[in-house]
Design a protein around this ligand. Structure first.
Ligand SMILES: [Zn+2]
Length: 265
């Protein structure tokens, strides 16, 4: 397996999802998997690979209108949206951990890791994809899920490739005009990015994969319709047309720095 011989900057990145083998995605909220890996999932399932997805919470607090969408109502909606979204990219195996949105860091760490390790063991993935220690947006749930996934893989599938979602300068350059309007990335309104030369996987989505990704994202309208309406589909497509991942081993030395990022609110 290539990760065991990984040397920084010397191994060409994976560019075809078919090369990922059985994929296990481990995410915090519905839509994380779609924004960061819908193209990967679509390409992998189209190639006949098995793809399994784990979602820690239903993101039931993910609304600006909590009176209209109290947690129990939003949880039910997002569960339906997630199921539809995963179906678009050919994923039928899904595990929900049932954790309350926003409470990942407060959960009993060892117990969740053991439970997740049981899923990892059962799936026997060749590739695990999740957030990096930065949590991509800086969300504490994301950072916690990254830590859980990293430990669970070390316990149950140490030979599996572990990929952390990241971004590149190209994404950041595209995102800059939206930085103030959409308070998504913390701190400074921008995500951490990785030099292209350090990527372990760089998936420039085919038109077909991107079409499916956009449908998968649209399926989670409670989270995506506002952004889509504000920026238009063309930019929306362009921004999420590449999915970038870095090998966990290559950021281990930076994990301490990345893990200090926190949501301000
Ligand atoms: Zn999330």
């Amino acid at each position: 397996m290539s990760h065991s011989t990984f040397r920084f900057g010397t191994v060409p990145p994976i560019t075809d999802p078919a090369d990922l083998g059985t994929v296990l995605g481990i995410w915090a909220h519905p839509d994380d998997e779609a924004f960061l890996s819908a193209g990967l999932m679509a390409g992998a399932t189209a190639a006949g690979n098995r793809v399994v997805c784990v979602t820690a919470t239903l993101g039931e607090r993910g609304t600006d209108e909590p009176e209209r969408w109290p947690p129990d109502r939003l949880a039910a909606l997002r569960a339906h949206e997630l199921r539809a979204s995963l179906a678009v990219v050919g994923v039928t195996e899904h595990h929900l951990l049932g954790i309350t949105d926003g409470t990942c860091a407060a959960q009993p760490h060892g117990a969740v890791v053991r439970r997740l390790a049981g899923i990892v063991d059962a799936v026997a993935p060749d590739t695990v994809v999740t957030f990096g220690p930065d949590g991509m947006t800086g969300h504490e749930d994301h950072q916690t899920v990254s830590a859980w996934a990293t430990e669970a893989r070390a316990i149950a599938a140490p030979e599996a490739r572990l990929l952390y979602a990241t971004t590149t300068e190209e994404f950041v350059a595209g995102w800059l005009p939206a930085r103030d309007a959409f308070d998504v990335f913390l701190a400074h309104g921008l995500p951490l990015r990785t030099p292209v030369s350090a990527l372990a996987a760089e998936l420039r989505l085919t038109r077909r994969e991107l079409d499916r990704k956009i449908v998968a994202l649209r399926a989670q309208a409670s989270q995506t319709s506002g952004l889509l309406a504000a920026i238009g589909e063309e930019r929306f497509r362009r921004w999420w047309s590449t999915e970038s991942f870095v090998a966990a081993e290559s950021v281990a030395s930076r994990a301490r720095e990345w893990g200090t990022w926190r949501v301000a609110a």
